[in-house]
Design a protein around this ligand. Structure first.
Ligand code: CP3
Length: 339
């Protein structure tokens, strides 16, 4: 049984689906081993056999309900022709953006550049896990991608608002191009086997309130409507917006589920989103503390969401210094409560 699809499609409380954002990644020694031998991160994301292996690494260790494709949200800017480099401890660095060449780019150029991503999903669809697990494809939302593409590096806690919002023509053209190519990227992932989509708007929280509609809600709505037509559930994560804005987001965008970050009170939001499935919430830093504390905090989420269509996950990705045994511990707590 695919617990995650079941929860998203039937919107009922059954046994809790579990997966972790960034479950395939740097906290796993078996990932680090492969990464060491593959210094070019984008190239690694475009090597199907390795992507398959990395995507399945967490499934081999833990009783999770979903495989998430090993890739990155910045594969879309790369597909659009903007080079992306991942430097140690610096995060991603993007080269200068050329709007003209992006405007000229056609769909087949894009697909040709990142076709191995879809081949990887095909391999995962044929894996032994596929029968019982959901296969999650994903993309960055237009605002977060636009910000990386113009800012050319992670904005961390802030960015030069004047620089980003200066050129209205650039913003408008880039947003609409991104909407189009994000839909294409999702479409290809679904065609290759993804049966759940997660949309990461990791920097939504940096938008001033008066810009949320134009840059977050509205572009996301277009993508959500597109994915719904493909009969595939889509989970949205507008990370960092205020709790009241999460409520507006849900009523306007109507995703299949909403991922909350750890600033959002679960007790508060549970009564505000019309029984929409809720995912995540637990602060990933909790997993760096001790088991007693972890159990207390996990139990808190489980108790609040008892009887509600809830998907266990974190309020952001697993941190690189997480001990893998903590993930195992969390899964055990949930499974023991909830057979
Ligand atoms: O397991 C999974 O979740 C699948 C793989 C995945 C990665 N990135 C692999 C990765 C996913 C879903 C992402 C999404 C992603 N990438 C987001 C949205 C989620 C979030 O965390 O907010 C964002 C903002 C990015 C952009 C990005 N990619 C950054 C800022 C960095 C560097 C720092 C970091 O967070 O790791 C990356 C690199 C990256 N993406 C790594 C991995 C495993 C580390 C690469 C390395 O080994 O250096």
């Amino acid at each position: 049984m695919k617990r995650l699809n079941n929860c998203l499609e039937n919107k009922k409380y059954t046994s809790i689906p579990i997966w972790f954002m960034r479950q395939a990644g740097r906290y796993l020694p078996e990932f680090r081993k492969i990464r060491k031998k593959n210094p070019n991160f984008i190239k690694l994301c475009l090597t199907p056999e390795l992507v398959e292996e990395i995507s399945l690494q967490p499934l081999k260790r833990f009783d999770l309900d979903a495989i998430i494709l090993f890739s990155d949200i910045l594969i879309v800017p790369y597909g659009l022709g903007q080079k992306v480099l991942f430097k140690k401890n610096l995060g991603p660095i993007l080269e200068n953006l050329s709007l003209d060449s992006i405007i000229e780019l056609n769909k087949s150029d894009f697909i040709n550049r990142i076709n191995p991503v879809y081949k990887s999903l095909n391999l995962l669809k044929n894996s032994i896990y596929y029968k019982d697990k959901s296969l999650i494809g994903f993309a960055g939302a237009p605002w977060t991608l636009l910000l990386y593409m113009i800012n050319k590096q992670s904005p961390k806690s802030d960015f030069d608002k004047k620089l980003i919002f200066k050129d209205k023509h650039l913003l408008k053209s880039l947003i609409s191009k991104l909407e189009e190519f994000i839909c294409l990227h999702i479409d290809k992932q679904i065609e290759a086997g993804a049966n759940v989509i997660q949309l990461f708007d990791s920097w939504a929280g940096l938008l001033p309130k008066e810009k949320l509609f134009d840059y977050c809600y509205n572009p996301t709505l277009k993508i959500v409507n597109y994915v719904k037509k493909k009969r595939t559930p889509i989970i949205c994560f507008p990370r960092g917006i205020k709790k009241e804005d999460y409520v507006d987001f849900c009523s306007l965008v109507k995703p299949s589920a909403i991922n909350i970050d750890y600033e959002v009170s679960p007790e508060w939001i549970i009564n505000k989103v019309n029984n929409l499935p809720i995912q995540g919430g637990l602060d990933p830093k909790i997993l760096l503390t001790n088991k007693e504390n972890v159990k207390e905090k996990v139990d808190y989420y489980l108790n609040v969401f008892l009887g509600y269509p809830y998907i266990f996950n974190l309020g952001h990705g697993v941190l690189p210094n997480t001990d893998p045994s903590m993930i195992e511990f969390v899964v055990k707590i949930i499974r023991e409560k909830n057979v």
